[in-house]
Design a protein around this ligand. Structure first.
Ligand code: TRP
Length: 455
């Protein structure tokens, strides 16, 4: 497999996988979902999901990828034979759709970066109304999301080590720093503590079935699980690396960014007297208001850098989303990497156009004729959520019944000689054999019923 390229080492892999995980999911989606689903209760369920369901699935995905050294389809196909390859294809398909809408939201963030840094966005009176108009200003957004897709394609076309790793090394630490700076700022504002309470002190009575569904789906989305992204990245990992500890570092890195994003947003929300449950526009409204309050010059610099860093976080995620289908076409169909990457980028961009037009400018795309009549973008994102938990669940069935637990354990022992017999081995075996398949299949069915018919 020498010619497929490898990550340059443990740090390279961890940075790339963490870069995939940390993205709009952490900074844009996590706070608004927490805001609409009870704050601290959501956070609590989210953490439980990460620990009991997502971490084992992540270990499983990386192990499958490294064992075979192939793309998502090839890995399931070679290990499982029969029709198992379809499980990989299912994930690849989900990835195309995720990237299609993700890229649109990345275009919004890129637009905000430009408008804050060089335009007059911070002079607005009503940031909610501004956002509503902004996402329907299709001309510039078309260009921004196209630019975003082309930059992604350029990096992916450069191959694994050069493109993907290099992009992560500077941006991740910078993102942490600015988050922490903004948390310190927001905690000093009047009434900030009401936000901290909303976010950190759970009211168990407020936890509904929907809190659980959204937290579960968000946890899978945030860790990039369930569609073969980490199988693909795992295929570039060398046999001397410790998969379990790498997965732990990746999960902690991702979860801490989501946690910090919430800790930044909710004190701001409460000190501005705003509504935590305002949905996808939450950070676009709240943060711009906060940047405005910082004064014209500071606001421009801090706000501009913040949205720029969000764009970089999104970029390392779009890279991983594009890498999955690209690896499939390169490995299985033997197409040349560059041609594959550029054609995919154009195709997925076109697939994303209905999402781009779904925020009001085309009414038919804004209220779909399904049970809760969401816009097209939310609808695609809901469907992708479902496919991630289903994909993760099927992966556990695959390991348990087809690949077998002892083969997983053998793979996990490489690079981690003391794995056999350890507590963590028992934990992973137990969760993959019992907890994940049972809990994920029940919850996936309930999520499907809820999204289509409402529970
Ligand atoms: N995890 C990323 C985020 O939180 C999004 C993402 C990248 C993703 N690759 C993925 C989600 C693969 C699901 C599957 O922003």
């Amino acid at each position: 497999m020498a010619n497929r390229g490898n990550f340059s080492g443990r740090i390279g892999f961890i940075l790339a996988a963490a870069g995939s995980a940390v993205g709009l999911g952490n900074i844009w989606r996590f706070p608004y979902l927490a805001g609409t689903n009870g704050g601290a209760g959501f956070l609590l369920i989210y953490l439980v999901c990460i620990f009991t369901l997502c971490f084992p699935v992540m270990v499983g995905e990386i192990a499958i990828g490294r064992k075979v050294g192939s793309d998502a389809y090839g890995s399931y196909q070679k290990l499982g034979g029969g029709k198992w390859g379809y499980l990989g294809l299912f994930g690849i398909l989900a990835g195309l759709f995720i990237l299609s809408f993700y890229n649109v939201v990345a275009g919004w963030a890129f637009g905000y970066f430009l408008e804050i840094s060089f335009g007059d966005l911070l002079d607005q009176q009503d940031f909610g109304a501004f956002f509503g108009n902004y996402v329907n200003d299709i001309g510039p957004l078309f260009l921004f999301s196209l630019a975003f897709m082309l930059i992604t394609a350029y990096i992916v076309s450069q191959g694994i080590a050069k493109g993907i790793e290099a992009a992560n090394k500077i941006m991740m630490p910078a993102l942490y720093l600015i988050l922490i700076g903004l948390i310190v700022y927001s905690l000093t504002l009047p009434n900030a503590m009401a936000g901290v309470k909303f976010y950190l002190i759970p009211d168990v009575g407020e936890i509904t079935s929907r809190t659980i569904f959204y937290a579960l789906c968000q946890a899978f989305f945030s860790l990039s699980l369930g569609m073969g992204a980490l199988i693909t990245y795992g295929s570039y990992v060398t046999k001397d690396q410790n998969i379990v500890s790498s997965a732990a570092v990746i999960s902690i890195a991702d979860t801490s960014v989501a946690f910090l994003a919430g800790l930044m947003v909710f004190p701001l929300v409460f000190s501005l007297g705003a509504e935590p449950g305002q949905g996808p526009k939450l950070i676009f409204v709240i943060l711009t208001q906060a940047f405005q309050n910082m004064g014209p010059i500071v606001g421009r610099i801090v706000g501009g850098s913040f949205f720029l860093l969000i764009c970089f976080a999104a970029l390392t995620s779009t890279i991983s989303l594009l890498e999955v289908p690209a690896a499939y076409l390169v490995d299985q169909k033997k197409f040349p990497r560059k041609a594959v990457v550029w054609s995919l980028a154009v195709g997925i961009f076109v697939l994303g156009l209905p999402s781009l037009f779904s925020q009001g400018i085309v009414p038919a795309l804004n209220k779909l004729p399904v049970h809760n009549s969401p816009d097209f973008l939310s609808f695609v994102s809901d469907m992708c959520d479902i496919s991630l938990t289903v994909g993760g669940c099927l992966m556990c069935f695959f390991i348990r019944y087809r690949w077998k637990m002892n083969n997983l354990n053998e793979e996990l022992t490489l690079g981690n000689p003391s794995f056999m017999g350890s507590f963590i081995q028992k934990y992973i075996n137990f969760t993959i054999s019992w907890v994940c398949p049972i809990v994920l299949s029940i919850l996936s069915v309930l999520v499907i019923i809820d999204k289509f018919f409402g529970l």
